[in-house]
Design a protein around this ligand. Structure first.
Ligand SMILES: Cc1cc2nc3c(=O)[nH]c(=O)nc-3n(C[C@H](O)[C@H](O)[C@H](O)COP(=O)(O)OP(=O)(O)OC[C@H]3O[C@@H](n4cnc5c(N)ncnc54)[C@H](O)[C@@H]3O)c2cc1C
Length: 324
C-alpha cells in the first residue's frame, strides 16, 4: 500500500487549504471528505450570507469575487469548486473516515471504502454533524429539525425556534419575515452577546413589539404532534405548534478524536491539546486544522482566522524532514 506524506480528513475550506499547502510543498497528499465538496457550507441555510467579505474567505491565492458586499452560500460553493479545479486537488468525495491507528510511526486510516497509510494526518473535521439534542420526549418527531434550510415550508405555520445565538436569531427573523408565527424559547435571560451587532437590534425590537414572542429563562420539556410544553419562570405553558427548529448548536466528533489517542484540556470547552505554533496534537504527526480546534467553543475559529493553520502544519512537516 502506498504511504502518503499527508492525509487530510475533511474537504471543508480549511481541509482544502491544507491540500493546497501540501501541493505547493510537493508532498504526496490526499483529502478525504465524507460528503460533497465543502459539505458543511452546502448544508448551510440556502439564503445565508457570510459575515466576512469575500477576500477573507480566499485560499490558495484564488480570487473570490462576489456580487454583493458579502458573499452568499451559492457564491462560496462556486468559489471552492474553482479552487479545487485550479489546484487540481487530490480529493476523494463521499468517503468517510471511520477509524485510525498509528503503527511504527505510520498512521493507518480506515474509511468506508478502504484503508490508507500516511506519515502525517490532519483532522479538519469541522463540527457540523452532531447537533446538541434537546433530550425531551417528542424530539424524534419529524416536525423537529436541527438543521434549517429555507423559510418557505414554514409559511403560515406556528414554529418554535430554540436557542439565542446567531443561527437561532437568523432563523427566527427569516421565517417571521416570510409569514411564519414565531415563538422563541431561550434558556438564558436574553439574546446572546455573540449575536452579530447589526442583527441584534432587529431581533430585540421584534421581541419588544411582540411580533416574535420569546420565552426567556425557559426550556422545552415535551413535544407532541400539535403542541409544545415549555417550562417558564411562571410555570408550565403549553402552546400550539407545527414545527420546532432546534438551533442549539453542534459539537465536534470528540469520540472519534479520542479514539485516535487525542487528549483534551480539562476546561469547559473541552479544548483539544495541540501546539499552537505547529497544530500538532499530543499524538506525533497528528494535526488539527480549522474550526475543530476550538472544541465546544465553536465560534472561536472560522475560515477567516483558521486558514493559516494549513501553512503552520506544512511548515512543521517540512521542518521535520530537514531534521531527519
Ligand atoms: C451560517 C454560518 C455563517 C458563517 N459565516 C462565516 C463567515 O462569514 N466567515 C467565516 O470565516 N466563517 C463563517 N462561518 C464559519 C465557517 O463556515 C466555518 O468556520 C468553516 O466551515 C470551517 O471550515 P473547516 O474546514 O474547519 O470545517 P467544515 O467546513 O465544517 O469542514 C469539515 C469537513 O469535514 C468533513 N468530515 C467530518 N468528519 C469526517 C469524516 N469522519 N470523514 C471524512 N470527512 C469528514 C465534513 O463533511 C466537512 O465537509 C459561518 C458558519 C455558519 C454556520
Amino acid at each position: 500500500m502506498a504511504v502518503y506524506d499527508l492525509i487530510i480528513v475533511g474537504g471543508g475550506p480549511i481541509g482544502l487549504a491544507c491540500g493546497i499547502e501540501a501541493n505547493k510543498a510537493g508532498l504526496n497528499y490526499l483529502i478525504i471528505e465524507k460528503g460533497c465538496l465543502v459539505n458543511s457550507l452546502y448544508n448551510y441555510p440556502l439564503n445565508m450570507t457570510f459575515f466576512s467579505t469575500s477576500e477573507r474567505l480566499e485560499i490558495g491565492g484564488v480570487p473570490f469575487i462576489s456580487h454583493g458586499p458579502k458573499p452568499n452560500r451559492l457564491e462560496s460553493l462556486e468559489y471552492y469548486r474553482r479552487v479545487c479545479d485550479t489546484w487540481k486537488l487530490n480529493i476523494n468525495l463521499y468517503e468517510k473516515v471511520i477509524g485510525g491507528r498509528t503503527r511504527d510511526g505510520v498512521h493507518q486510516v480506515e474509511t468506508t471504502k478502504g484503508m490508507y497509510s500516511c506519515k502525517a494526518l490532519v483532522l479538519a473535521l469541522g463540527f457540523y454533524d452532531l447537533p446538541f439534542l434537546l433530550n425531551v420526549p417528542g424530539e424524534e418527531l419529524p416536525k423537529v429539525r436541527h438543521y434549517y434550510d429555507e423559510p418557505h415550508p414554514y409559511y403560515k405555520q406556528k414554529i418554535v425556534v430554540v436557542g439565542a445565538a446567531n443561527s437561532a436569531v437568523d432563523v427566527a427573523l427569516e421565517t417571521w419575515r416570510k409569514g411564519a408565527e414565531v415563538t422563541m424559547v431561550i434558556r438564558e435571560q436574553g439574546i446572546r452577546d455573540s449575536v452579530k451587532y447589526w442583527v441584534r437590534p432587529d431581533i430585540e425590537n421584534r421581541i419588544k413589539e411582540g411580533s416574535i414572542k420569546a420565552y426567556l429563562n425557559s426550556v422545552i420539556t415535551r413535544i407532541t404532534e400539535h403542541a409544545v410544553e415549555i417550562q417558564t419562570p411562571d410555570g408550565i405553558e403549553e402552546i400550539q405548534n407545527d414545527f420546532v427548529l432546534a438551533m442549539t448548536g453542534y459539537q465536534p466528533p470528540f469520540e472519534f478524536m479520542r479514539s485516535l489517542g487525542m487528549e483534551f484540556q480539562n476546561d469547559k470547552d473541552h479544548t483539544p491539546v495541540y501546539d499552537e505554533l505547529t497544530m500538532e496534537t499530543n499524538v506525533p504527526n497528528l494535526y488539527l486544522a480549522g474550526v475543530v480546534c476550538g472544541g465546544l467553543k465553536t465560534n472561536k475559529w472560522f475560515i477567516e482566522n483558521s486558514r493559516v493553520h494549513a501553512e503552520l502544519i506544512v511548515n512543521d512537516l517540512l521542518k521535520k524532514r530537514q531534521v531527519h
